[in-house]
Write a protein that binds this ligand. Structure first.
Ligand code: 2AL
Length: 235
């Protein structure tokens, strides 16, 4: 029996429901996935300020999750907000969807492209690729210019994302596509079939990565940087 808490750090419940469905679809037998979002905070995360404002609510979900005894956590937003702080607060593994999506894509060939929401988020995604040591495999980051919440309402969203993926493959000569938003999670199989390359949903990649780490009994190093700080030990 294993329990994974998937935290959508934005406060949009409909997106959390989609994320939960996609995470549960890949979870193995005996793995329970609970998807949650903070009650307050930004409705979507598509700027540096959104990223920062989302972190307190996310960390509260980690603290509550520790009290409830979860084995590991997914941060289900492509900016991976609060990832290092969450790692410090949690006993078990914490994996971000940008991290898991890009690291998974690196297995699949020489390089991958990221297709994300707004152009203003491209710089942050690039910084994350560098931080995770996969910048050399990250051959391009492309925006489809759909705001996060419009993924649910824009009837053209799917077609626009498909076109951005086609352009990314042609321009970058990449071997795989990483979807740059948790709100795109449900599209990965259809896009894979249409494009003829693997399309990676970070929610699925991060959920299975947490599951793998827990099953292998691997956890965040707690001897130094990620040790619980005394100030938060009773949080
Ligand atoms: C995201 C995401 O995954 N969730 C959210 O609110 N914003 N990513 C993005 N690139 O806009």
């Amino acid at each position: 029996m294993m329990r994974i808490k998937v935290v959508n750090p934005n406060s949009t419940a409909s997106m959390t429901a989609l994320i939960g469905d996609c995470a549960r679809a890949v979870a193995g037998p005996g793995v329970t996935v609970d998807a949650v979002n903070p009650p307050h905070g930004p409705a979507s995360i598509e700027s540096h300020a959104d990223d920062a404002y989302a972190v307190p609510g996310l960390l509260q979900e980690i603290v509550d999750g520790e009290a409830a005894g979860y084995d590991g956590y997914v941060i289900a937003c492509f900016g991976d907000p609060g990832l290092k702080a969450a790692r410090e607060l949690a006993r078990g593994p914490v994996v971000g969807i940008a991290e898991a999506g890009m690291r998974t894509a690196a297995y699949l060939g020489r390089g991958f492209s990221v297709v994300t929401t707004l152009a203003r988020t491209v710089g942050h995604a690039h910084d994350l690729a560098e931080e995770y040591g996969v910048a050399r495999q990250c051959l391009g980051i492309h925006a489809c210019e759909i705001p996060v919440l419009a993924l649910e309402t824009d009837p053209q969203a799917r077609a626009k994302i498909l076109r951005a993926c086609e352009e990314a493959l042609a321009l970058d000569g990449s071997d795989a596509i990483v979807l740059g938003c948790a709100g795109m999670a449900d599209l990965c199989h259809d896009l894979s079939a249409e494009l003829g390359v693997s399309v990676i949903d970070g929610v699925a990649a991060a959920t299975t990565t947490v599951e793998m780490l827990v099953r292998l009994r691997l956890r965040t190093g707690k001897l130094g940087e990620f040790a619980p700080h005394t100030r938060y030990q009773d949080a």
